[in-house]
Design a protein around this ligand. Structure first.
Ligand code: Z5A
Length: 220
């Protein structure tokens, strides 16, 4: 909802859009461009990321990505930690923002768990879905944008990051990331109403326009 029409008694629900794709697919870049577009049109936007987006979530993020103890982590532990970060984010940030009529742009959400822990780590789908639903309190995005890039493209984009050493997830094999990419495309195929797959190898401006056109079409 636009700022000028918004007050604390607003009852119009906001819009929840998640961005998915493997690393280096351009999610962060596009989220910041789309947030700017919404803000120019006077919408209130909340940008968040997973794992993270809350104090508890950021501590879990550190444990999942950078803490030395992560070397001993089992896939089941990993699944539950991602879910724990999400449980906090949904209740502390996303639901209140939606209730206040804001637009949420989330850098990853529960589809990441379905694909990374379910498909690539091969945890069976029943526990993954049950845990996803429990952690998210059944809250699903109104739209999920998948930025699709070949694994090598994603790798080469993040290789030159100024930051330090690769984190635990970034040390996974090419095969792991091929599974991730395939997992996303299959998921999108199975739920065409919620997902839009966009070619992430296009220039940034073109991708941004493609996403914006899709948003206008769906949410006028
Ligand atoms: N994970 C999981 O396993 N299970 C879960 O449930 C959840 C997550 C929620 C989080 O990593 C890790 O956790 C992730 C999945 C796992 N593991 N991996 N891999 P993260 O949050 O640190 O990072 P990420 O989500 O993987 O994203 P990223 O690596 O930061 O990439 P990105 O946000 O998609 O891309 P970007 O930062 O916007 O762009 C990367 C570079 O490419 C940058 O230099 C850009 O300027 C450039 N770029 C962007 N767009 C373009 C175009 N169109 N052309 C050329 N260059 C471009």
């Amino acid at each position: 909802m636009r700022k000028e029409n918004q007050d604390s008694s607003s009852s119009e629900r906001g819009i929840f859009i998640s961005f998915e794709g493997s690393e280096g697919s351009g999610k962060t870049t596009q989220i910041s461009r789309i947030a700017e577009r919404f803000e120019k049109e006077k919408f209130e936007v909340v940008v968040t990321r997973e794992p993270g987006g809350t104090a508890i979530g950021e501590s879990i993020r550190h444990l999942l990505k950078h803490d030395d103890s992560g070397d001993a982590m089992f896939p089941e532990t990993e699944l539950l930690l991602f879910a724990a970060a999400r449980a906090q984010l949904v209740r502390e940030v996303i639901v209140p923002a939606l209730e206040a009529g804001k637009i949420i742009l989330s850098d990853r959400y529960l589809d990441s768990t379905t694909v990374y822990q379910g498909v690539a780590r091969q945890i069976s789908s029943e526990p993954v879905q049950a845990i996803n639903n429990f952690a998210a309190g059944e809250l699903m995005p109104d739209l999920t944008i998948i930025l699709d890039v070949p694994v090598e493209t994603g790798f080469s984009r993040v290789k030159h990051r100024v930051s330090d050493l690769p984190d635990r997830m970034e040390l996974e094999s090419v095969e792991f990331y091929e599974q991730v990419r395939k997992g996303y495309l299959l998921l999108a195929e199975s739920m065409p109403d919620r997902f839009v797959v966009i070619d992430g190898t296009e220039p940034r401006e073109k991708i941004e326009q493609r996403i914006w056109d899709e948003l206008r079409l769906r949410f006028s």
